[in-house]
Design a protein around this ligand. Structure first.
Ligand code: 5RP
Length: 223
């Protein structure tokens, strides 16, 4: 199976999960990236069940709207049952590295509101220790050099994501060379650096459920 076929399979499994578990008329959070895009395309089949969606990026909002799926402002809702999103890496405790698509801050905000975070991945994303995928850090532009120096002190090699501006008007530093043995600790330490908006570690609020596609089928892992 190709990686796209695996993404398609896990997207379908997530659609079925939402159809089974999300009460009629409830709000669904929708992530960003190529796996999330497959999921959005699958969602079109059950859009009548949804009270609306909250998008974690402008790109996702546009794709949802393209299917005629209602997109709401997060400030206008009180509760969100399920949030479905991909990841760049996920460990066995269901902590993740996210932000390969640069949407980490909005993803983290939407995840904070959701009751259940469902991560959808192909098997290449599951790792014993995260850090091989460079950790994205969203930074206020004037703090770029300062934050880069602080990240170096933590043992990382930050590189500016060239030509990229986030939906929030900020920059991304991709941090290479980290071995993330304490995801929650590192998430907190990096968030304390002045000028950091968010980092791509999702450990303090990790996934509750992982749907993982391999050529043998889609497996479910629970936290
Ligand atoms: C975007 C993300 C994505 O979830 C992550 O990059 C995975 O993307 P893909 O499904 O394309 O591999 O965090 O900011």
């Amino acid at each position: 199976m190709t990686q796209d076929e695996l993404k398609q399979a896990v997207a379908r499994a997530a659609r079925d999960y939402v159809a089974d578990r999300l009460p009629q008329g409830a709000i669904l959070g929708v992530g960003t990236g190529s796996t999330a895009n497959f999921f959005i395309d699958e969602l079109a089949a059950i859009k009548g069940r949804l009270g609306g969606t909250v998008a974690s990026s402008e790109a996702t909002a546009k794709r949802l709207a393209g299917h005629g799926i209602r997109v709401l402002d997060l400030n206008d809702i009180d509760a969100m049952g399920i949030y479905v999103d991909g990841a760049d890496e996920i460990d066995h405790g269901l902590a993740m590295v996210k932000g390969g698509g640069g949407a980490l801050t909005r993803e983290k905000i939407v995840a904070a509101v959701a009751e259940t975070f469902v991560c959808i991945c192909d098997a290449s994303k599951r790792v014993p220790v995260m850090g091989r995928f460079p950790l994205p850090v969203e930074v206020i532009p004037m703090a770029r050099a300062h934050v880069a120096r602080e990240l170096q002190k933590l043992g990382g090699a930050p590189r500016l994501r060239e030509g990229f501006v986030t939906d929030n008007g900020n920059l991304i530093l991709d941090v290479h060379g980290l071995s993330i043995t304490d995801p929650a600790g590192m998430e907190q330490v990096i968030n304390q650096i002045v000028g950091v908006v968010t980092n791509g570690l999702f450990a303090l609020r990790g996934a509750d459920l992982l749907l993982l596609a391999s050529p043998h089928g889609v497996q479910t892992f629970q936290r």
